[in-house]
Design a protein around this ligand. Sequence first.
Ligand code: HEC
Length: 147
Amino acid sequence: MIKKIAIYTLLISFFVSCNSKNEKKEILKTKKKEELVMYKPSEMTELMREMFLFQENSKKQIEKGELPLDFPKRFKKIHTAELSDQFEHDESFQNFTKLYLQNIENLGNSTKQNAKENFNIAIRSCIACHQTTCTGPIKRIKKLLIK
Ligand code: HEC
């Protein structure tokens, strides 16, 4: 129960809009907008936020010299998850999804020796898709890369 609350608090605390250059400004703007319309994140946004937290934990494992965490199957839904209005499931999107899931599969087959390298390849494919769709969180995603 407490764990659940902690996760939700985290999810709420790290809201970034796709188009924001300046995250703080964007959050302020969003707060103002929220007074008018209740903000409802898309299915994809919720999935992405969870996936971000998952990869953060997986990174910690690898940094400790362990294998990455098992990738939860539900994240594979990014193929079909409902997107906010400005995005489409076009061909480019599908290709980036495939590439990402392929890299995740390779990561799952890693040894302790190549886990770090495979992790960074997977994170770079998050960034690659984001460069063509949702640029706001890129800076944050880059922080997932293991030095
Ligand atoms: C195939 C393309 C694609 C891949 C791969 C991808 N994303 Fe996303 N991501 C998107 C799109 C599109 C959105 C916006 C969804 C929407 O608005 O409906 C998004 C939204 C987000 C958000 C913003 C959520 C918010 O608070 O507004 C974060 C954070 C995020 N992604 C992180 C990641 C991470 C981390 C990875 C890799 C582990 C990743 N993404 C892989 C396309 C992708």
